[in-house]
Design a binder for this molecule. Structure first.
Ligand code: KFV
Length: 188
C-alpha cells in the first residue's frame, strides 16, 4: 500500500488516533470530546468526558437555619461550608455526611427571593431533592459533550457555583426528570 493511501485509511477509520498523532498538544480530555457518541465501536457506553463522581445532592428548603438545625439534631451532620449566591438566588449550606473531606455532600438550598429557582421548586413540589450534581474535571469539555449528545444546557457558558466552582445545568426534561448540575471545583 502506498504511503498516501495508508495515511488516508488511518484518517478515515481512526480520526481520534489521527488527532493524537498529528496534534501532540491535545490533552486526553480534548481528544475524548471529539467522540460525541455515547457508545463506542463495540457498543460499549462512552462515559461523558470528565465525570469523576457525584459532588452533591441539592435539597430545597424554605428556611436554611431550620434545615441546618434539623440535620444537626436528627443526623448529627456538620456544616462544611456556607455562602450566599445572589446570581442563583440562594443561601446555601454544604453538609458533610461522613468524615472524608472529598465525599458526596448535601447542599441545603433556601430561596433569597420569591422568583428564584428554589422558590419556584418549593411552590410546585415542596421541600425535597431538587438536583443531582456530578463533579467534572473540565466543565467546558463536559458541556460540549452534553450538547453533542442532544441534551439542553440551561446556560450558554458556565456560571459561578459554590466556593468558586464553575457550574451548568442539564434541563430535567433531557435528563430523565432530574435537574443535573455539572460542577468543576475551583482549583486550590
Ligand atoms: N427537578 C426535576 N424537574 C423539574 C425541576 C427539578 N428541579 N424543576 C422543574 N422541573 C420540571 C417541572 O416540573 C416542569 O415539568 C418542567 O421541568 C419545566 O419546569 O412536566 P412539567 O410540569 O412540565 P418550569 O420551567 O416550569 O420550572 P422552572 O422552575 O421555571 O424552571 C426549572 C429550571 C430547571 C429551568 C430552573 O429551576 C433552573 O433554572 N434551575 C437551574 C438553577 C438552579 O436550580 N439554581 C438553584 C441552585 S444553585 C446551586 O446549585 C449552586 C449555587 N451550586 O453551586 O451548586
Amino acid at each position: 500500500m502506498r504511503c498516501s493511501s495508508l495515511v488516508g485509511s488511518v484518517i478515515r477509520y481512526y480520526p481520534v488516533l489521527t488527532l493524537k498523532v498529528f496534534d501532540p498538544t491535545n490533552l486526553p480530555d480534548k481528544i475524548t470530546v471529539m467522540s460525541t457518541q455515547s457508545s463506542g465501536p463495540s457498543g460499549s457506553p462512552v462515559r461523558l468526558p470528565g465525570i469523576i463522581g457525584v459532588d452533591h445532592i441539592g435539597i430545597a428548603v424554605p428556611d436554611l437555619e431550620v434545615a441546618i438545625a434539623f440535620y444537626q439534631e436528627k443526623f448529627g451532620f456538620e456544616v462544611a461550608h456556607r455562602e450566599v449566591n445572589e446570581e442563583q438566588g440562594v443561601a446555601e449550606a454544604m453538609i458533610q455526611v461522613g468524615p472524608a473531606s472529598h465525599e458526596v455532600k448535601l447542599q441545603l438550598l433556601a430561596p433569597l427571593t420569591p422568583e428564584s429557582a428554589i422558590a419556584r421548586f418549593l411552590d410546585k413540589s415542596g421541600p425535597g431533592i431538587q438536583q443531582l450534581a456530578y463533579r467534572v474535571t473540565n466543565i467546558e469539555i463536559a458541556c460540549a459533550s452534553v450538547r453533542a449528545r442532544g441534551m439542553r444546557l440551561l446556560y450558554e457558558s458556565p456560571r459561578r457555583g459554590t466556593a468558586g466552582s464553575l457550574i451548568n445545568f442539564i434541563h430535567p426534561k433531557d435528563a430523565g426528570g432530574v435537574l443535573v448540575e455539572l460542577v468543576e471545583p475551583a482549583a486550590h
